[in-house]
Design a protein around this ligand. Structure first.
Ligand code: INI
Length: 167
């Protein structure tokens, strides 16, 4: 029979979330962290249970995200920051390495590691995505984390069932 799995947006049964936030463009990151904590409350989680770790810039996020994911303490790690084109001629390197690094952390550790780093053409566009007219990337990161925790939990129990009872 066909099995269809879809993540639920209900609070995970146990475990904590970690947020890693970039101090570069802190004005934006503050809004992302606030949006993430508000989303936790909205989804029935205790925002006070989250650990927030600040790093110098988005480039440094993957290293700390990996350490947090490897600690075994967190069910998901949400990476939050903003890389804005025009602020630097190395935009593409910072944005590219941050994106690759975050993806690698998730794949290497198996802990959902969520890309909540805004890549924007202008400060105005970043503001729009940090609680402005396009929503809040921090809140979306928490919703994605909760969904991934749920999907992976269901996939794990599906694979355990198909392996049958332990002999
Ligand atoms: N870091 C960001 O998070 N956003 C940026 O827009 C940015 N710009 O424009 O340069 C940025 N640079 C800093 C970078 O992340 C590192 O902290 C720095 O290069 C030291 O490794």
């Amino acid at each position: 029979m066909t099995s269809t799995i879809e993540g639920r947006l209900s609070p995970p049964p146990s475990g904590q979330l970690a947020l890693v936030a970039s101090r570069f463009n802190k004005f934006i990151s503050d809004r992302l962290v606030a949006g993430a904590l508000e989303e936790m409350a909205r989804l029935g989680m205790d925002p006070a249970s989250a650990d927030v770790v600040w790093v110098p810039g988005s480039f440094e996020i993957p290293m700390v995200a990996r350490r947090l994911a490897e600690s075994g303490k967190y069910q998901a790690v949400c990476c939050l920051g903003a890389v804005i084109r025009g602020q630097t001629d190395h935009y593409q390197y910072v944005a590219g390495e941050a994106a690759k690094g975050v993806a690698q952390v998730g794949l290497a550790t198996g802990v959902p590691t969520i890309f909540g780093i805004i890549t924007a053409d202008s400060l105005e566009q970043a503001i729009d995505r940090a609680g402005g007219k396009v929503g809040n990337a921090g809140a979306k990161a928490v919703a994605s984390a909760v969904e991934m925790i749920s999907v992976l939990g269901q996939v794990d129990s599906l694979s355990a069932k198909s392996r049958g009872p332990k002999r």
